[in-house]
Design a protein around this ligand. Structure first.
Ligand SMILES: C[S@@+](CC[C@H](N)C(=O)[O-])C[C@H]1O[C@@H](n2cnc3c(N)ncnc32)[C@H](O)[C@@H]1O
Length: 380
């Protein structure tokens, strides 16, 4: 850059990150992504003007049937645990509270005994999104059935931890194999723009991560490692006394995630419903997300006593639960034919392979219960 010339910064966060790199040298991609998503002032999820719905939608946004079928699965989990009171449902990464609101409304109306035992904690790291959730959850907050929090409860004696699209929003390390050696991708600054450069691993945990899953990457292959997800699930599992962890997310078992179909990794940037590989276009103003490694979640969960109950596609999970009640939960009393048709189309988005049905997977883990049988896993 010519003396006196000043780089053009796409966003205020880009300027802060460039300054950090100039001062301290290149940062790991995980550090870059953490700032892009969760910088207290400028993070994609944490900034006050955060509007993720403008960039992507999630299953709870499609139709309340998603929340209603999960409510049924949670009620059955409560029964498996011997109907304890309270039964704590901890939704981690609750966002703006849509899943929580639809689930609690349905439980209050249709599953009254379960609702009476339920304590729902909507845990969300972003204060802006907690604020939005508090508006949606008004009546359940007022009756004490629900609460909002920034962190997980210390102890969950009996209950279920629920995570819909939590792990895909965690920062990942990026790696590449160069001349037979596993190297890490760092983010540098060349005076005008962010650049990627490789270097030695920032932590030995990265090598252990791939070794524990028996994964050997190919020459030139790029891959992500979500160490944050591993730490999170181990910590969450330790807090759980007896109950379940229900994860819904897009991703794969490790053998698929790192196979020849994913030689460039799975990381994508999302902005206004368009996916790109330009991770540096608008730091803090676009979503960054990578596919979830379900094998790692199972292995790291086991360290905290979480056993795998089952792993199915979202389609199988929702179909098994819906079929048990003839899909009656899809409709509202007094709906017109047209509204019912619309509801059926929305259900198709959730279950069809070209929609969310096969890319999204459901992992259920349990602790302190012997061999639970769950309806959501019945088609497995
Ligand atoms: C992709 S969004 C999904 C939101 C919601 N579950 C849904 O399905 O619409 C991920 C959410 O997880 C939150 N989040 C990420 N890490 C978290 C953590 N450790 N604890 C609580 N919330 C977290 C983010 O702020 C964001 O609101």
């Amino acid at each position: 850059m010519a003396a006196g010339a000043r780089a053009w910064f796409a966003t205020p966060l880009a300027e802060l990150l460039a300054a950090r790199i100039r001062e301290r040298g290149p940062i790991s991609f995980a550090e870059y992504m953490e700032a892009c998503l969760y910088h207290p002032e400028h993070g994609y999820y944490t900034r006050p003007q955060s509007q993720p719905a403008a960039d992507y939608y999630t299953s709870p946004d499609v139709h309340p049937i998603f929340a209603r079928l999960i409510a049924r699965q949670l009620a059955e989990m409560w029964e498996c645990c011997g109907q304890p009171e309270p039964f704590l449902v901890v939704e981690a990464g609750a966002g703006a509270g849509r899943l929580a609101a639809d689930l609690l409304d349905f439980a209050a109306h249709t599953l009254p005994a379960f609702y009476a035992a339920l304590h729902y904690s909507a845990v969300e790291i972003s204060a802006a999104r907690r604020e939005a959730a508090s508006r949606r959850l008004g009546r359940h907050l007022a009756t004490g059935r629900a609460a909002l929090a920034a962190t997980l409860p210390e102890q969950i004696p009996a209950g279920c931890i629920l995570a819909n699209e939590l792990f895909d929003a965690m920062p990942v390390h990026r790696l590449v194999v160069e001349r037979g050696e596993l190297r890490e991708i760092y983010v540098g600054w060349d005076g005008a723009r962010f650049i990627e450069q490789t270097g030695p691993l920032s932590t030995p945990e990265l090598r252990e991560y791939f070794a524990m899953q028996n994964i050997a990457l190919r020459e030139g292959q790029q891959a992500e490692a979500n160490l944050a997800a591993c730490r999170w699930i181990e910590d969450a599992g330790r807090r759980l006394g007896c109950g379940f962890l229900l994860t819904i997310d897009y991703g794969h078992p490790a053998a698929e995630l790192y196979d020849e179909r994913h030689l460039r990794g799975t990381l994508l940037a999302y902005r206004r419903h368009r996916a790109t590989e330009d991770f540096y276009a608008a730091p803090g103003e676009q979503d960054l997300t990578a596919h979830v490694n379900f094998t790692a979640l199972e292995q790291c969960g086991r360290r905290a006593g979480l056993e795998t109950t089952g792993f199915v596609s979202q389609a199988r999970f929702l179909l098994a639960l819906g079929r048990a009640h003839g899909f009656a939960d899809l409709y509202e009393p007094g709906q017109t034919e047209l509204d019912q048709l619309r509801a059926r189309l929305q259900l198709k988005t959730l279950i069809f392979p070209e929609g969310m049905g096969e890319t999204f997977r459901v992992l259920i883990q349990h602790k302190g219960i012997a061999r639970p049988a769950l309806t959501g896993l019945a088609l497995f």
